[in-house]
Design a protein around this ligand. Structure first.
Ligand code: KG4
Ligand code: ZN
Length: 354
């Protein structure tokens, strides 16, 4: 009988142990999750420093590093959970979105593990993974809630109505917020990865540079975002000042940009919560690691009496645990793949638009 014929007949475990594998960008991440909420172990091998001198992620370097790191990360994850490969009930892997070559390393590796153990292979959407990180942060968290999805590729206010039904209340019409952080970092002469470096510099600055209000004359959805104009305004400000021979206070620019980029996320999430009658907000994606966002959101949520769930910083940026957490939800639905699973550079959010 073929691998997949066997998988289709396999009985689901009550408390499955799932390995989550993430290789969509520059982190090779493997984690082992019990029952969808308990992290038994996690390993991350990052190639970020190798990309730094190029000013951004070099896909070829990312793929090659995954190839050498993935076995080590997996062996370490098994060892620190004190488990053998056969103890794993299913292998969840990011199928996309991300860098194709990088994704292929994780997908191929997960296929090999699934085939050799005769266990299910679970394809996971990277974005759903980011959202599922909140279930690890608060073991009692259940939908419905609103999540601020803020990563390098996405920016949206998403309503999570149950574990599987997600809908977009608004999203960016151009750049993602993380992308704007990275581009602003570049014009300020900061190294990759841009977001954390902008945050560091902003700590020494004040919010004094006047930047345009987002989507001023826009009559699209009120929960939409646009980061392209904000980014361009920052770039123009720096270039204009430099061409006049004025010294630019880069810390002030970083702080002003960070306030503009983040305040709008917080405001729209709180507004959406009230308008649609939700009482919990969570944060998903790399920009969720931003200290100013975390602090601002905490203060607002307290004031508005909204429950707040923010994953630890390491679970906001790419990690294997979030893939294991979402993998668990897909395991329950038997969303298993056959061995012809392919990596996808783009995965449509596939969420309803309200
Ligand atoms: O979720 P993520 O790790 O990867 C994607 O799925 O895109 O997000 C990466 C993005 C990058 O644009 C990075 O600059 C941003 O998250 N980021 C931050 C911070 N840490 C990561 N942005 C602002 N402040 C941070 N501390
Ligand atoms: Zn990510």
């Amino acid at each position: 009988m073929s691998y997949f014929e066997n998988i289709k007949k396999l009985q689901l475990k009550e408390n499955p142990i799932i390995m989550g594998i993430e290789t969509s960008c520059d982190e090779t991440a493997v984690a082992i999750i019990k029952d969808g909420r308990e992290i038994l172990s996690e390993e991350i091998i990052s190639s970020a420093t190798e990309h730094a001198r190029f000013g951004g992620v070099v896909p070829e370097i990312a793929s090659r590093t995954h190839t050498t790191a993935i076995l080590t990360a997996t062996e370490r994850a098994l060892k620190s959970a004190n488990l053998m490969l056969d103890d794993i009930d299913a292998f969840a892997v990011t199928e996309g979105a991300g860098l194709l070559g990088a994704l292929l390393v994780g997908v191929s590796f997960a296929k090999a593990l699934a085939f050799s153990t005769g266990k299910p292979l679970i394809p996971v959407s990277h974005i759903r993974g980011h959202i599922a990180a909140s279930y690890l942060a608060d073991k009692t968290l259940e939908p419905p809630f609103i999540t601020i999805l803020a990563s390098g590729g996405h920016t949206a206010i998403v309503a999570v109505d149950d574990y599987y039904n997600l809908s977009v209340l608004g999203s960016t019409i151009d750049d993602a917020v993380g992308e704007a952080f990275d581009k602003v970092a570049r014009v300020l002469g900061l190294n990759y990865p841009g977001g954390p470096n902008v945050e560091r510099l902003a700590k020494d600055g004040k919010n004094v540079v006047s930047l345009p209000k987002m989507l001023k004359n826009y009559d699209g959805g009120e929960y939409d975002f646009s980061y392209s104009g904000l980014k361009t305004a920052v770039i123009n400000f720096v270039h204009n000042e430099e061409s006049k021979g004025n010294e630019v206070n880069k810390a002030d620019v970083a702080c002003s940009f960070q306030c503009s980029a983040v305040d709008v996320l917080v405001n729209k999430a709180v507004k959406a919560c009230k308008e649609y009658g939700y009482n919990t907000i969570t944060v998903s994606g790399g920009v969720g690691a931003n200290g100013y966002l975390r602090e601002t959101l905490k203060n607002r949520a307290e004031k508005e009496k909204i429950n707040l769930v923010i994953p630890e910083k390491k679970y906001c940026t790419d990690n294997g645990a979030m893939i294991g957490a979402e993998g668990y939800l897909q395991y329950k639905k038997r969303n298993f793949a056959d061995l012809d699973l392919n990596a996808k550079a783009v995965v449509p959010l596939n969420f309803r638009r309200r």
